[in-house]
Design a protein around this ligand. Structure first.
Ligand SMILES: [Zn+2]
Length: 322
């Protein structure tokens, strides 16, 4: 007898009925860039990420409110400070842009919007690396102290989740300990457990002004050829107390998302990075692909690979269509 799987593809209704994976508003997290160099109410376009902006502090707060009203569950905040220095001192300033936005948004929206804050040094350091640098080397353990200070300052501002993205060894443990010692045991950690040294971060570095001034990030971010090592990083973060983990980038690392999902008992997210955004946007602009269909297909593939949630620059736009 001939098998006929086409019977289940015969109409839109039956295709909808049997679809294994669907995208919902609950899956999406929207990144927000807070730029302290802008006027409060100003927003400025990011040229390498058409449709995306950097926001002044009041503009960022309004943007969070708008996103929450659309039914998106969460935002992840990134800051661009006025002053950069070798030690990222402004990253844990209680009056920093990210801290101000966290306080205002939590006051205004309470539990209606989850506020996640990215914990790293690279947007705040003059050299653009994700840690303390000495003799052109990124020092691990000295960096942990700063990361913990940053996470603590976000917790004090009222953040729901801190998301360390630096890839230093032992940072989840250090942050968890610091939060607990300061009675922030209810602040969650979403660790970028498997973050690869990737060419797909290019546009983000323009957005966050975080291009390293010397060398690259290959001594701390992961090598693209490795998947077993990703599992090691993920298991370490789980043991150190991560509540959920991220794989970054997403599209070129769908196998890592799948491995992460199959080998852990905590939620797994995918970060669909700026280069993935720029690829689809630029091809669509040239008329080479159907923009919206490509976006849905890309996001669906990340979910199908096993992601429980997706950080994506399309979160705001796509949520209107879900
Ligand atoms: Zn960084």
């Amino acid at each position: 007898m001939i098998m006929r799987p086409r019977r289940l593809r015969k109409s839109e209704k039956i295709r909808n009925l049997v679809r294994e994976t669907t995208l919902t508003k609950n899956d999406l997290i929207m990144p927000i860039f807070i730029d302290e160099n802008l006027n409060e109410n100003e927003k400025t376009p990011i040229s390498s990420m058409p449709g995306q902006f950097r926001f002044g502090i009041s503009a960022a707060i309004l943007e969070c409110i708008e996103i929450s009203n659309l039914g998106v569950l969460a935002v992840i905040l990134f800051g661009i400070p006025k002053e950069k220095d070798p030690f990222a001192l402004s990253a844990f300033d209680e009056n920093g842009g990210v801290q101000k936005v966290i306080r205002a948004v939590k006051k205004k929206l309470g539990d209606s919007l989850l506020v996640i804050a990215d914990v790293c040094m690279c947007e705040y350091t003059s050299h653009g690396h994700c840690g303390i640098v000495s003799n052109n080397e990124v020092l691990n353990d000295e960096t942990l102290e700063v990361l913990a200070d940053i996470a603590l300052s976000y917790a004090k501002a009222g953040v729901d989740i801190v998301a360390p993205s630096d890839m230093m060894d032992g940072r989840v443990l250090k942050i968890r300990k610091t939060l607990d010692e300061n009675e922030f045991e209810n602040v969650s950690i979403m660790s970028y457990a498997a973050k690869y040294a990737s060419a797909f971060y290019g546009p983000f570095r323009e957005a966050a002004e975080s291009t390293p001034q010397f060398g690259d990030r290959k001594t701390y971010q992961m090598d693209s050829g490795n998947s077993r090592e990703a599992l090691k990083e993920i298991q370490m973060d789980v043991l150190e107390g991560a509540d959920m983990i991220l794989v970054k980038p997403a599209l070129s690392y769908l196998d890592i998302i799948k491995t992460a999902k199959e080998n852990t008992l905590i939620p797994v997210g995918g970060y669909s990075v700026s280069g993935e955004y720029a690829m689809i946007e630029s091809a669509a602009e040239k008329g080479w692909i159907d923009r919206e269909k490509a976006i849905f297909e890309a996001l669906l593939s990340i979910k199908r690979a096993g992601a429980d949630f997706i950080i994506t620059y399309w979160a705001k736009e796509i949520s209107k269509k879900l």
